[in-house]
Design a protein around this ligand. Structure first.
Ligand code: MN
Length: 309
């Protein structure tokens, strides 16, 4: 792992028990199931040294608490075994059984201290509940104590939101819009909730170049201050606590906006494999109009520092 210069950190797999019903003709199910030859070959084709792996959405967020605890533990053990077979190519983010928040905090600690995982990834809402709600703070508390980041990843939008916002337009529910709206809302709620004041060391990662928040940052910062009294401005919290990845967002203008608002030290390369192919993701960074220094940071140096790789 010390030789890893190109690191991608939002790269998915699924365990047999949590596998979904992905479209068979896309190659996605086959790739999610592969923790060996096909995955490594496609990493090599794009010059990706290391993938930090995560169980794909919806993972265990919408299971009954008991089932979530059992299957999260099995998923993390399954991933740990795969990392053990190729420790120079893979690392892991834990799946957490958020329907049982206390158990989720304990599983995070087990995954980090016993399995060597680098943090955790949460796939959207937990039974329709946002992650900033007080019962989940025990997870943030443990992440801060362990000094590991939590990656807030989209999941399926709340059924009431689907009904109100996307009825008649099912194509907008997922990655085109619904995922982003949900995840930017999770992020804004986390900032407003006060959890970042309670745990000042908390580190949050967002994919998809920040779920549109870099573009909106000035307006949110300006107008929120007139609505609510926070100890600090919205942009201050965002710049101190949040890290972004390029997963599934290969846009020069979005990258430049993210760098302008947060600095290149806060941006990390990711592909979102297998929902996006590796080679175009790598070509995007290689061709981006940024300095060699910033490219080195984004391709791997930032992830090595944040995840202690
Ligand atoms: Mn993803």
């Amino acid at each position: 792992m010390p030789g890893a210069n190109v690191i991608a950190i939002e790269e998915h797999f699924w365990t047999p028990e949590l596998s979904g019903s992905g479209k068979k003709n896309t190659g996605v199910p086959q790739r999610l199931s592969d923790l060996g030859e096909l995955r490594v070959r496609e990493m090599d084709e794009a010059g990706i040294d290391l993938q930090v792996l995560s169980e794909t959405a919806p993972a265990t967020q919408n299971l009954a608490p008991d089932a979530a605890v059992t299957l999260a533990r099995r998923s993390n053990d399954f991933l740990h075994a795969a990392i053990g077979r190729q420790p120079d190519r893979f690392a892991g983010f834990a799946t957490l059984p958020t329907p049982d928040p206390a158990a989720a905090a304990d599983e995070l600690e087990r995954a980090v201290t016993r399995l060597g995982f680098k943090g955790a990834m949460i796939m959207g809402l937990t039974h329709g509940r946002f992650f900033d709600e007080k019962p989940f703070w025990v997870i943030f508390e443990r992440a801060a104590a362990l000094d590991v980041p939590i990656y807030i990843h989209p999941g399926p939008p709340h059924p009431a939101v689907i009904e109100a916002y996307y009825k008649g337009y099912p194509g907008l529910i997922g990655a085109p819009l619904g995922f982003t709206v949900e995840t930017m809302t999770q992020s804004a709620r986390i900032i407003v909730s006060g959890v970042l004041d309670a745990y000042p060391g908390l580190k949050i990662i967002l994919g998809h170049l920040g779920e549109a928040l870099p573009f909106l940052l000035w307006r949110i910062d300006d107008t929120l201050a007139k609505q609510v009294t926070l100890p600090r401005g919205f942009a201050d919290y965002f710049r101190q606590h949040f890290y972004l990845t390029t997963s599934g967002a290969f846009s020069d203008s979005a990258l430049l906006c993210s760098i302008a608002e947060l600095g290149a030290e806060r941006i990390m390369f990711s592909v979102d494999w297998p929902y996006q192919p590796n080679v175009p993701g790598r070509k995007f960074i290689d061709a981006a109009p940024i300095s060699t220094h910033d490219r080195t940071l984004i391709l791997g140096q930032n992830a090595r520092a944040l995840l202690k790789l």
